[in-house]
Write a protein that binds this ligand. Sequence first.
Ligand SMILES: Cc1cc2nc3c(=O)[nH]c(=O)nc-3n(C[C@H](O)[C@H](O)[C@H](O)COP(=O)(O)OP(=O)(O)OC[C@H]3O[C@@H](n4cnc5c(N)ncnc54)[C@H](O)[C@@H]3O)c2cc1C
Ligand code: SF4
Length: 662
Amino acid sequence: MSNQEYDLVIVGSGIAGSIVAYQLGLQGKKVLILEAGQEVPVDRSGYMETFFKANAKTPESPYPPTTQNPSASTPDNPLGLPDPALENVPRYTVLQIGAWRNAKQCYFDYTAQDPGLNGSSPDAKFAFGSSYERIGGGTTWHWLGTSLRLFPSDFELKTRYGQGVDWPDGAAYYDALVPYYEQATNHIGVAGDKEAMDQIYSLFKVSPTGTYGQNYDYPMPGIVESLVDNAFNSPTVTALTVDGNPVDITPTPQGRNSLPGERRQCAGNTNCIPICPIQAKYDATVTLALAQQTGNVEVRYRSVASNIRVDDNSAEVTGIDFITYDTHSGIQTGSGTAVGKKYLLAAHAIETPKLLLMSNKNTHFPHGVANSSDQVGRNLMDHIMYLAWGLAKDPVYAYRGPLSTSGVESLRDGAFRSQRSAYRIEIGNEGWQWAANDPFTTLADFVFGQDNSQTNGNAVNAQGQALKFDPGLPDNAMLFGEQLVNTLNGIYTRQIRLGYLIEQLPDPGNRVELSDSLTDHLGLPRPKVTYRVRQDYERNAFVSAKQVSTEIFNAMGAREYTKAPPAPVFYGNPGEVTATNFQYQGNNFTFYGAGHIVGTYRMGNDKSSSVLNPRMQSWDHSNLYMAGSGVFPTVATGNPTLTIAALAFKVADHILEDLAAG
Ligand SMILES: Cc1cc2nc3c(=O)[nH]c(=O)nc-3n(C[C@H](O)[C@H](O)[C@H](O)COP(=O)(O)OP(=O)(O)OC[C@H]3O[C@@H](n4cnc5c(N)ncnc54)[C@H](O)[C@@H]3O)c2cc1C
Ligand code: SF4
């Protein structure tokens, strides 16, 4: 490697790392990005092909290392998934949730379950529900694109509602972030409807103007709402209230082109997760390319940061060690140390704390870098998702448009927040694809005479309504020809889905540590995860979500098909089922991950309880900064990436200030 000293060395080329690189590159600063994954391909047709061939169309299915060429099933690897011990940059995938206790299938190690738990025990540990990528450009390759700001109230949950913690300086942090939110919205090219967001901002009395931004509008007009959205946006639904708040259906601001521009216009084919074939959806490869075009940003792919060096006297970071490898399954080819004036970690909220904890060989920092507070890896959060699904009374033609075009933002704040988590509701355009693995499940039901979709048998929902789609058919009908086509069309075109993004409280016991027994192919420890949904505060929101879904479906004349999971059975027991099931107030719930991995290197005003100061600079090492949702003190109520981008613009300014100061 060259001996060049860079102005900034960045770990990770996702949206956070790429924005910072771009901003510094524009100012003529020399930047090196160490990226663990493979390079951004010249065109995306290879990833598309891998996706087409994939047996399971998961968010990760197009991307290396592929999970889609299963080897022969063996007793200790029944799914035939690649063994993370034999991969250089393994990452956690959706397929691993069900295989969470099998180290040959699951990248994460998990802490042991306590004995004697019952189905509602708050200390039950679960599989973590959310995944991420380790490739050039990072996880926005497969994000949905929802681009919402948080509210000022999200920044002071403790002050207003006595829960969780505040962000540093509380709502003032929101005010400081507004110009960066505008920068991020422009950069991503968000398509949105300002008037609709103004209504939400007025509802929540966002100061000072009660508007999304007095002189500010989205760079692109909003994406056309779907027929699914219109079905929800009926007077009987919008007349409902939840804990005093109205149920308003609001078009979602989203990072995809509504008009042709520098990217193509969205063609509406509902493939945004896992990959937009035409790049109508923003992803971080856009920013990474801009960064490289400045001529000042160098990206080293297949370079896995493995250790952070710290000077014994000054406590400044002096270099980041990295390992190079040939291909994802190949051999180590070398190693090196990247040296810069400043360093930024942007490897997302699992791999960043892992890197900090792995860096435990510095004399004065035996518990890892930036970890004098012992907060590194703690407070792992997600939006814990509750899904509800049903059949509309008339066709709504699901499976068209982006995966989601509207949601309910009006339930994201209120006095109830002292008792239960807030949530936003996402309206899905993808029928029962997420909820019930359709179109495959219903097709198989009517071909093979099964009833996994509940449309082909004698199932009854919690309201006592019979769920068989065509009462004229026998139970477990086996159809073919025109009757099969007509029946499937009748069902598919009516499918609707709601997803509740439930706010999770920071809990120091929910955490990422280093596995003491499992390593990847480069010999680096794998993450050990402890994850619980233990607060009544969060569980109360599941009860609310269940009730609200039923009210919404009833109000629109839809039939609800939400399937309660089996009662939790914890591991060690024969018939174990629990990966993400829990019991609360007599209900069995399943939760899903939202992909919003948050909180493992949080910022704060107090160095004893946070990893970073409000400038996202390590309290312990003044030339070390971090970006990404790991810096969030709370997960709040909006999808995180617009805030990640705004904070990346902000930290770039701080790094430039500090470089200028010398
Ligand atoms: C299915 C899904 C849908 C989503 N939809 C939305 C949405 O609609 N709206 C929203 O706001 N958010 C959404 N998200 C979340 C969003 O994708 C993430 O918040 C965002 O991509 C994180 O960006 P990042 O730059 O912080 O991390 P990443 O994009 O994950 O980038 C981290 C980079 O670091 C690299 N890296 C990791 N370890 C190392 C190492 N040791 N050395 C060198 N490099 C390393 C990785 O390879 C990667 O490129 C979704 C997530 C998922 C999973
Ligand atoms: S609907 Fe299709 S074209 Fe539009 S963003 Fe999603 S994948 Fe891309």
